[in-house]
Ligand binder design. Structure first.
Ligand code: NAP
Length: 485
């Protein structure tokens, strides 16, 4: 099955931080892939910006290197790359000064869509917004894309929203959470709201519990100084896991349209109960003969920042009252794998006898990585004679298998989201009030740790996290799924 590519309107996309890590690894290779796929019109233009002086050609060579390193194999044919580099240029701009802004303003065309990607540290977001306004690039249809982290707590997020809204309306601000750009995450909405099969069961009457796991094998590595001020709660839970939770738990929006979807997500965040201390486990990875410990990575033996967190959450509304949602995320774990598992209840009465009830029941697994796809575990009769013995089998749909080789061509999260910016579609971007609500929920939890000064539990690298995280489920007769890479 060939995926349909609908070209976007002509645009000028300016990438502030165009020489940074994110631009090199994700944004520029992603844009190239959209160019390769034929989604970019011929008169699209991309302008890289950073303080460092360099010519257009020097920048193009940097971009070529990034494409060779990070674009998908098989798409790096020289002619296409050359054609893509033609649409790229560079302007040296200082976000905090006046250098380069006039030149940039001359370059940005009035007659096409204008988008500015803020791929720089958040402390520069306000400076960039102010200067875009000062140099008359903040027109009514201009879009800005802001990267995470969006604030450090509720107050800083509110301040940042207020600063951006001085120059741009909410409809112009695209707060990126790349988890929302993942194919499976959007499929979650398609499966829930495009079928009648699941939605009648999607509630506390039929769902025993939900597990959301985002596990990484890497440590904090070179990001140690940033990460140590953040921790798993700020870096992952408040944004990415919260967004996944919203999509899994929200009510059907009346239409697949930005505010309708975001209104429903916001209601989920607001319905979250405060987390009880006994429902929360924080961890920090140890080192071994191969990898450094968290302390060594952040160069602070006294750090009490968590590199792992597991929590039991409750949503107080009619749909979910009584169904716990377990979330966990961490670094230096056993596998690099992310999934959402909806674990359904057992049938109310087993006609096959007591033993059959020992089975674990239906589970719908939505795999975010690796091998994006879905898997529904159902109970069937074990084939052959010898009576009614039950077994569980997966109804497995990996996108690559189901949709053919072109499924591999589905856009990666960043490239999809950038194309949505050009189209002016905010559905997969976080609204300001959503981000603030998520901080309002997270702040008291973080404050309680800071007050207590309690150390996170340590866990071995390559494990599933601290023992206590297993107990969160064991104590209730449940267990975490064995999430595999
Ligand atoms: P980075 O590698 O440190 O790059 C920062 C970029 O900003 C460089 O191009 C730098 O170039 C430019 N810059 C710094 N100060 C500037 C100024 N005053 N005026 C103009 N340009 C300036 O950072 P990054 O990792 O790409 O991250 C960028 C943003 O994305 C951050 O908000 C980060 O939190 C977020 N993010 C990154 C990742 C990732 O995987 N890297 C993932 C998620 C979110 P010059 O020094 O030459 O000016």
């Amino acid at each position: 099955m060939v995926s349909r590519v609908i070209p976007v309107d002509p645009f000028d996309l300016v990438i502030f931080g165009g020489t940074g890590d994110l631009a090199r690894r994700k944004i520029l290779p992603g844009l190239y892939r959209r160019f390769w796929a034929g989604q970019m019109p011929e008169d699209a233009r991309i302008v890289g910006c950073s303080r460092h002086e360099m010519s257009d050609d020097e920048y193009r060579e940097e971009v070529r290197g990034a494409i060779q390193e990070f674009a998908i194999e098989g798409k790096e044919d020289a002619e296409k790359v050359d054609a893509f580099l033609e649409i790229i240029s560079f302007v040296a701009v200082d976000a905090t000064g006046d250098k380069g802004w006039k030149e940039l303003a001359k370059k940005v065309r009035d007659e096409v869509v204008n988008a500015f990607y803020f791929s720089v540290g958040p402390s520069l977001f306000g400076d960039l917004a102010e200067r875009l306004h000062k140099y008359k690039m903040a027109g009514q249809d201009t879009r800005i894309v802001v990267e995470k982290p969006f604030g450090h707590d509720l107050k800083s997020a509110q301040d940042l929203n207020a600063t951006l809204r001085k120059y741009f309306a909410e409809e112009q601000i695209y707060r990126i959470d790349h988890y929302l750009g993942k194919e499976t995450v959007q499929n979650l909405m398609a499966v829930r709201f495009g079928n009648v099969l699941f939605e009648p069961l999607w509630n506390a009457l039929y769902v025993d519990h939900i597990q959301i796991t985002v596990a990484e094998t890497v440590g904090v590595g070179g990001r140690g100084s940033y990460y140590d001020k953040s921790g798993a709660m700020r870096d992952m839970v408040q944004n990415h896991l919260m967004q996944l939770l919203c999509l899994i738990a929200m009510e059907p929006p009346h239409h697949f349209e930005p505010d309708a979807v975001r209104d429903e997500k916001l209601k989920v965040i607001r319905a979250l109960d405060p987390v009880q201390p006994e429902d929360l486990v924080r961890g920090q990875y140890e080192g071994d003969d191969k990898v450094a410990s968290y302390f060594d990575d952040v160069e602070d033996p006294g750090s009490i920042t968590e590199s792992f967190i597991a929590m039991k959450l409750h949503i107080s509304n009619w749909r979910w009252k009584g169904t716990p949602i377990y979330v966990r995320t961490g670094k230096r774990l056993k596998a690099r794998a992310s999934e959402i598992a909806v674990v359904f209840k057992h049938p109310p009465h087993s006609i096959f006898g007591e033993k059959a009830n020992e089975r674990r029941g239906n589970v719908l697994v939505i795999r975010l990585q690796p091998n994006e796809g879905m898997n529904l575990r159902v109970t069937i009769k074990e084939p052959g004679p010898g009576g009614m013995r039950l077994i569980e089998v997966p109804l497995d749909m990996s996108f690559a298998d189901a949709l053919g080789p072109d499924a591999g061509d589905v856009a990666d999260a960043y490239e999809r989201l950038i194309m949505d910016v050009i189209r002016g579609n905010q559905t997969l971007f976080m609204r300001g009030d959503e981000v603030e609500a998520a901080w309002a929920w997270a702040d008291p939890i973080i404050a309680s740790w800071e007050e207590s000064g309690e150390r996170p539990k340590s866990y071995a690298p390559g494990s599933t996290g601290p023992e206590e995280a297993l107990m969160l489920l064991y104590r209730e007769g449940r267990r975490w799924r064995d999430v595999k890479a």
